[in-house]
Design a protein around this ligand. Sequence first.
Ligand SMILES: Nc1ncnc2c1ncn2[C@@H]1O[C@H](COP(=O)(O)OP(=O)(O)OP(=O)(O)O)[C@@H](O)[C@H]1O
Ligand SMILES: [Mg+2]
Length: 1009
Amino acid sequence: MSLAATLEPERFREIMYQLLNRSAAVVQRYSGTVDKFTGDGLMALFGAPVALEDHALRACTAAVEIQSIARALADEVHQRDEVDLQLRIGLNSGDVIAGEMGSGPNSYTVSGHPVGMAQRMESAAQAGGILCSEPTARLAGPSAVFGPVELISVKGGSHPIQARRLQSVESDHLVLGRDDGPLVGRDTEMTHLLSVFDAQQLTAVSIVGDAGVGKSRIIREFTAGVHGRGATTVITRCESHAEHVPLHALSRMLRGLFGLHGLDNLAARARVAERVKGVPGIRHADRQLVLDLLSISDPSALAPAISADSRRARLVGVMARVANTGSSRTAFIVEDLHWIDAASEEVLAAFAAMLAAEHAMLVGTSRPGHDGPLHHTAQASIVLSPLDGTATATLAAALVGGHPTASTIADRVAEASGGNPFFVEEIVRDLVGRSVLEGSRGQYRLVGRLTSIAVPNTVQSVIAARIDRLRPDEKSALNAGSVIGSGFDLDELRALLPDTRTVTLDGLVATELIDQIQFVPAPRYRFRHPLVRTVCYESQLRSTRASLHRRLAISLQQRNGEAAEQDAALIAKHFEAAGELAEAYSWYMRAASWLHKRDDGAARDSWQRARTIADRLPVEEGGTDRRIAPRAQLSFSAWVVGGDDEEENCFDELRALTAKSADKLPMALGMAGRVYSLITNQGRSRDAATLAAELDELYYTIDASAADRAEILTAIALAEYMTCRFDKALQTIQRLREIGEDLTGYDQGPVMGMSGVIKVMSGHRLDGLRDLEVARRLGLESDPVTLAGAVAYWVDLVVFGFELVGDAMMTETARALRLAEEYGDGSEFATYGLSIARWARGTALLNCGPARRSEALELLRLSREFGRDVAVGPIDAQIAAARRWRGDIDDELVDSLKAKVVSGLDAGDFTTYFGYGATELVKLLLARAREDDLKSARRIATQLAAETSAISQPALELWPLLCRIMLTDVEGDTVCHAAALARYRDIAEALDARGHLVTVAKISKAGTS
Ligand SMILES: Nc1ncnc2c1ncn2[C@@H]1O[C@H](COP(=O)(O)OP(=O)(O)OP(=O)(O)O)[C@@H](O)[C@H]1O
Ligand SMILES: [Mg+2]
């Protein structure tokens, strides 16, 4: 074959695999058997080992169909490789010696003169043609159309022999192989779906319907329609056993998108590189992310050093770019969303939202009740109801056929099925299995007693009855397969059942319980329908199933080697199902630490499962430590995902469990996370400070890495800073810095920012600005979230009245925002960074003059959407202030700010940010001047003065003084006004508080604020 010489070996093999797999599937569909693969060809048998009356016609039909799929493949190959692919087929019939030769598992074969003759027919056939020997042409009957008799001289033969070219097989007489049969009663849905695809307006559509109602069937028809339009499809099937395996569906989708199926790691890497080449906006690092997620990156490559959590957003970006730049349109199909893992669904929903309708569309199918983000992204939903009476009757009649003995059966089947097409098919298969019916699709005869057509009343019980009738070897293979998943290959199966033979699987294919979906390089099978797998899985003895799960877990572990991390959650799940809890626990923990760098939410799912399992393990043998570890991780990471209802509970459990343990590190880390969460998610700084004091004591008892120590001290310093204990915070920061050279930019950036603000507010302006600069440099070296934090600390000084917006700040806030935006906005950590960057930029813009106020307001609004305006509403206060400048007082905003300030003051939850918000509120109340407003303003000012005098930080005293200046002005109390102004000016001058000094100048000039 010249193809082999023209193409790269890799590509040649790929084309051969496709051709052989597609051809073998056709053979199987017509009940033939693939006897052997020969590198660039295959030999198939019809009529053995299963006797078939019409074997010759079946062989002819299969040959015609194989030529037609070969032509379709040839078109693809021609377009891509510019080479011609042509296939020759030879057919012969005769008596052969058939049977098991040797003792291997695939030992069934045939030999004899007719086999050699078939090979000669093949070599004499024209490229793209089918050549049949006379016996075959005779046996095939009138439906097969042949050309005239030709005389063929064959290698090694003394006389020429007679042969005829097969031209066609009349379709009316096609043997009904195991195809789908005609689609019934779904015209409206199909038209709707295809017209949506053609309109190129929607990017996500969902199809919802009960099990067996026909979702996958609609998808198959849709796929054919899409291919007919020259577009491509990428299909991802979610699986029930992978529901809790984070990112499982996503990695499948990526494999489909990049066409990696069946490639080894090296070839897969090359394919990804080739696919992204020339796609604008995809950087090397992005490609690395894809490889990393699929665990196919070069073992020597370092894990991508970007923020763990923002990978998700970046991946979405890569996928969308690839999808949006293809030369042909792509339909992404995600089947069985009710089983998708949560992490994948979030990514895919974001992906769907970024698709350009003219390039791609995503269609998801699910059973009712699925309510995930992808379902919500769908702009149109097609609900599949059961087929109506007429359609069901048509379907049953087409399936059973018109044989006189079977004519009454179709109606009974239809009625019992309740309009569920799968039920219709299963009832018929059951009747065949019970020898009531005999024949094939569309051609059944009644051979048993009519009275025995009692139909089980659920589709599950029909399937169970069919499984029950299998031979023991078939049943074991099916059981083992169902433990592996909805699809399995021969090697996987043999890892569980070493003696599995292909004939057993062929038998299961013949009973239509499974399909063979791949033949070369390795046989691969899939359950005919998800329900078959479910029934099979559930009907096994629990102990058998557990031992299969255990063997599978062990084999996955052995087989995967370097890729084991990606499968850690899957391995854990199988150990869990096997009842091996200790193993399951460690694999979930392993999965979580792998995921932690990739997806925080997904990692938390794995810790959550580890926690549940740990609780079932006996307390002795280290059980307590196992209970502690996942709880420590969950408590530590809760703040990043915005906290959850369970957070407090989990932390309390951690505390109780660690009370007696000697190792205090898990408790300390959990506590640090809790401190962050109380501050960032709940605005409870006072509680955070109490906890931080306890944490500080623990700190001296732990043995921890530099990174862990830095996390803990940062939490303590933040709590001290937030509760205005600046000296304490500076000491804590100093302790952190003394950890020394093991610290990274990520470890030190936040505290340097904090240190800078404290120093400036304490009157050490230059020193403080230097620290802030260091913080920004560390942020630049580390990641955009740390940078955003550093810039935000600097901008906070504007809010605190200690800094004016200058050119440098404008440039730096713009850069921080740009980097945070590029960093992606899908993941929690990146979103958090983006919200801080927006706050910083918005605040800078707002305070640099009126020109860019609306842009500023929009940024602040977006930042606030993140829901972390915790420090008694500085964002609300800013927004309200900006509107007040425009002369517009928003009552709702004022009232909500008032509620926050009043409750904060009443609870004594006074933070560093509080004074600004409270003072802004007083201004607003005085400007609004409603009946109670003056009274409220006075009350707030008094309480504020009391709080700040207790704290004794001169910088914070400026706020109650400013309130007093405004109040005395309104009240006309000139004496007190002058006294307050003088004190205010003195402090502002002493501390070099530049914003406050501007205010002083304004008040002095205008006599009012
Ligand atoms: N309208 C139809 N006409 C003919 N056959 C149909 C029709 N709908 C479904 N079938 C057949 O019924 C069987 C079950 O359908 P299908 O697998 O599409 O169900 P499903 O909704 O995807 O179920 P599940 O939720 O379990 O995946 C298939 O063999 C399919 O070919
Ligand atoms: Mg389906």
